[in-house]
Write a protein that binds this ligand. Structure first.
Ligand SMILES: *Cc1c(COP(=O)(O)O)cnc(C)c1O
Length: 397
């Protein structure tokens, strides 16, 4: 555990977090603790077993075991101001459970218009039926979000940068507006921080109440596990925990083990993704076939100045707009040999796919001069990746 006199840098915490002897024993990597059932000494111990509901006390497998507790604690340590972390079997489960822990019928949820498509689907396909109305806002709205508040506004879900179009929102301004609102109900802010992770953006110290990771992406880092997490302040911790437990959300010990293993190298991987993706983004910006590059570290990206102010780096995912229609974009992507064609991202391998952001917008129309292609830049050699992209350009000549 960190000594407050010598605050550790995030790289160090990524390596040391959750490695407490009392929690996992004297091994570097906590083993896979598989268990559903705890055997008690006697009936009195059995009856008292569930009293103290917290990580570190084994009660029943649904409340986790040392493998999950260690991972949860490691993620908590990465977020200054955090009280605890709940783990989920996917990023979508983390998002939906975080929202369900805050919202009740009659509430209004404000959601960033560039949010991940399944977040919108959860709002429209599920929350709506349960009496929660979702209104979408321009990701560049900043402090102007206060104009959207009404008596029923209960929560704001931000995704910054958006994982298709990469606008960077003014998260501190949005959170400050939410906190300043003196309505009937407190407005709670939630952030999908999957792109930056706490390595590049710590959320709670910027005013966010609950920060969400699709751990499937950079935490796991090897494209072989689904996992999600929500890290919360003390104020929201108990309802987050009880909602997850009521809904029976549990990350398997095997998956928690792999996610914890992935986490240990997350800083070095992210540094490599950062450098390679930036190099390729800058190179793409010089290509005549490209109309614009949507990468938060480039001035062409909406919110670039905010990224510069708030973020410690940029990860491996960005988009560019290829001059031409969908068919040409498909031809470009089909010609690639090193980039895989697939969903997801955050693993060690590069991926490419054409996207239609206009299908997921309702507050501000999406328009661009061409077709969006999203790239996940993996850990391959940058020259090889550029040569592969040259192949794509050659295919659309
Ligand atoms: C992938 C992703 C999720 C969902 O994670 P899963 O583990 O695939 O359910 C959530 N948010 C963003 C931004 C993502 O890219």
């Amino acid at each position: 555990m960190a000594d407050p006199e010598y605050p550790q840098k995030t790289d160090t915490k990524i390596v040391t977090g959750g490695r407490r002897k009392a929690l996992t024993g004297a091994v570097v990597n906590p083993p896979v603790w598989r268990a559903s059932t705890h055997l008690y000494e006697n009936v009195a111990a059995l009856e008292a077993g569930g009293d103290k509901n917290e990580d570190g006390r084994f009660f029943y497998g649904r409340r986790g075991a040392p493998t999950q507790w260690s991972l949860a604690e490691a993620l908590t340590e990465l977020e200054p101001g955090a009280h605890g972390t709940m783990l989920y079997p996917s990023g979508v489960a983390a998002i939906s459970c975080a929202l369900l822990s805050i919202l009740q019928p009659g509430d209004v949820l404000l959601m960033s218009d560039n949010a991940y498509d399944p977040s919108r689907s959860f709002a429209e396909g599920f929350l709506k039926k349960w009496g929660v109305e979702t209104r979408y806002f321009d990701p560049m709205i900043g402090a102007g979000i206060a104009d959207l508040f009404c008596d029923r506004t209960r929560a704001i879900l931000i995704e910054s940068p958006g994982s298709l179009t990469f606008e960077v929102s003014d998260i501190p301004a949005i959170c400050a507006a939410a906190k300043a609102h003196k309505g009937k109900r407190e407005i709670v802010t939630l952030l999908d921080n999957t792109w930056a992770t706490p390595y590049f953006f710590t959320a709670l110290d910027k005013g966010v109440d609950l920060t969400i990771l699709a751990a499937t992406k950079y935490v796991v880092g090897h494209s072989d596990v689904m996992a999600g997490s929500v890290t919360a302040t003390k104020r929201h911790w108990q309802t987050l925990r009880s909602t997850a437990q009521t809904l029976g959300q549990v990350l398997s010990p095997d998956d928690a083990y792999l996610a914890a293993r992935g986490l240990r190298t997350m800083a070095v991987r992210l540094k490599a993704h950062d450098a390679a993706a930036l190099d390729i983004a800058q190179w793409l910006a010089t290509r005549p076939e490209v109309s614009t590059v949507l990468h938060p570290a480039l001035p062409s990206c909406p919110g670039h100045a905010i990224w510069k102010r708030d973020f410690a780096g940029s990860s491996g995912l960005f988009s560019f707009v290829l001059k031409g229609d969908w068919d040409q974009a498909a031809k470009f992507v089909d010609a690639l040999e090193l980039f895989g064609i697939g969903y997801s991202w955050g693993g060690f391998e590069s991926l490419a796919c054409p996207k239609r952001p206009e299908q997921y917008r309702s507050a501000v129309a999406w328009a661009c001069d061409g077709t969006v292609i999203r790239l996940q830049i993996g850990l391959e050699n940058v020259d090889d990746l550029k040569a592969d992209l040259e192949r794509g350009f050659a295919a659309i000549l």
